[in-house]
Design a binder for this molecule. Structure first.
Ligand SMILES: Nc1nc2c(ncn2[C@@H]2O[C@H](COP(=O)(O)OP(=O)(O)OP(=O)(O)O)[C@@H](O)[C@H]2O)c(=O)[nH]1
Ligand SMILES: [Mg+2]
Ligand SMILES: [Zn+2]
Length: 285
């Protein structure tokens, strides 16, 4: 039996689409790989032809993985926000923490700049930021250069325009896009599952479903600060080297609120910290 390798680009029910040098093959999975989470979109896999069907035999070790959205082997994650629906920066900050913990480069993208310009100054020193409009094409070239040759996953709330940006990056639109008004009324998500769209020259785009709830990654609460680069640069000036920037005296992060540290970022840090702390308490209660 000939083994060929490829990348899982789509999964529907028990079928997997695997992109190989010979084109895309629709595969089933070996029984041992049927458990939830055994195969993610983005996984690199070995497949064999077994009688008439192609079968995934083995999943290669993952470089990294995200759980919201479920996707593996990502280089960069475009965290998309827009003037409408109202930006949920707590969600964006959690996605950014999850990316940094997994070694994925986060980029915060303000889409729909045709409707309203974004103000992402708070994210200076946190991650790269970009503004674009899938509608007018503004900023799309800059976004394309930022992700060239990489696997780029689009994440964020429903209706911010993830699929629309991917369509703008493609020569001809390939993805279904939903209407905001209809979505709000019906609470409908247009994209139902993660899917990889190869863009050529080693660039892969991962479209995902919108989400509004996310657990921050499972890091001990004391380590959360390590994923806030904008705070970390002031830590040497805090009185205590172990400062969590919460109730400690002479905290340099608090001293820089509004001038070097965004007040919103700080409030969201406290919320994420409290969530991680609660989770730990529940674990040991
Ligand atoms: N004005 C404007 N509208 C946009 C832009 N990008 C997307 N939209 C609109 O926003 C709505 C939602 O776009 P989608 O691309 O379906 O959003 P999504 O993030 O993929 O949503 P889900 O698949 O549900 O997660 C559609 O009506 C788009 O036409 C933009 O740059 N400007
Ligand atoms: Mg979509
Ligand atoms: Zn401090």
């Amino acid at each position: 039996m000939k083994t060929i390798s490829g990348r899982v680009i789509k999964a529907v029910a028990s079928k997997f689409w695997v992109d190989t040098d010979d084109g895309v093959r629709v595969c089933f999975a070996r029984k041992k790989l049927k458990a939830d989470g055994a195969i993610y979109v983005g996984d690199r896999a070995e497949i064999v032809r077994d009688r008439d069907a192609c079968v995934i035999e083995k999943v290669l070790p993952r470089a990294n993985a995200l759980v919201r959205p479920y996707v593996a082997n990502v280089d960069v994650c475009l965290v998309v926000v827009a003037p409408e629906p109202e930006p949920d920066l707590l969600l964006a900050d959690k996605v950014i923490v999850n990316c940094l913990a997994e070694g994925i480069r986060p980029v915060l993208v303000w889409n729909k700049s045709d409707l309203e310009k974004g103000d992402l100054a708070e994210y200076n020193g946190v991650c790269e930021t970009l503004e674009c409009s899938a509608e007018t094409g503004e900023g799309i070239d800059a976004l394309a250069s930022s992700i060239r040759g990489q696997t780029a996953c689009f994440a964020g709330q429903s209706a911010v325009g993830k699929s629309s940006i991917i369509n703008a990056l493609l020569d001809s639109p390939a993805l279904e896009v939903g209407e905001l008004a209809k979505k709000i009324k019906r609470g409908r998500h247009t994209t139902r599952r993660a899917e990889i769209i190869p863009l050529g020259e080693g660039t892969y785009l991962v479209d995902t479903c919108g989400f509004s709830m996310l657990d921050a990654v499972d890091v001990p609460p004391e380590e959360l600060r390590l994923y806030f680069d904008d705070f970390e640069k002031f830590r040497p000036e805090c009185r205590f080297n172990t400062c969590l920037h919460l109730d400690e005296p002479d905290c340099a992060v608090k001293a820089h609120l509004g001038c070097g540290v965004g007040r919103g970022r700080y409030e969201r840090y406290k919320l994420i910290y409290a969530e991680l702390d609660d989770r730990r308490k529940n674990k040991y209660d």
